[in-house]
Ligand binder design. Structure first.
Ligand SMILES: [Zn+2]
Length: 64
């Protein structure tokens, strides 16, 4: 059985592009994400993150 369907995979397989952008459909998918999409989400989060992106200071890297 395939009870844990990745929400992003589900949308990709069942919705049109326009539907995917519709907030009404965003809630439809399960919250489970496959490892692939979990990684993708993490990367999107990091990219979209705070408006003012933290610019690493050279001295910080040295401290770490
Ligand atoms: Zn997925």
């Amino acid at each position: 059985m395939n009870e844990l369907v990745c929400g992003d995979c589900w949308r990709r397989d069942h919705l049109t592009f326009a539907q995917r952008l519709d907030p009404a459909f965003i809630r439809h998918g399960s919250r489970y994400l496959c490892p692939e999409h979990r990684t993708l989400r993490a990367e999107l989060c990091r990219a979209a993150g705070p408006v003012h992106r933290h610019v690493p200071d050279p001295t910080e890297n040295r401290a770490a």
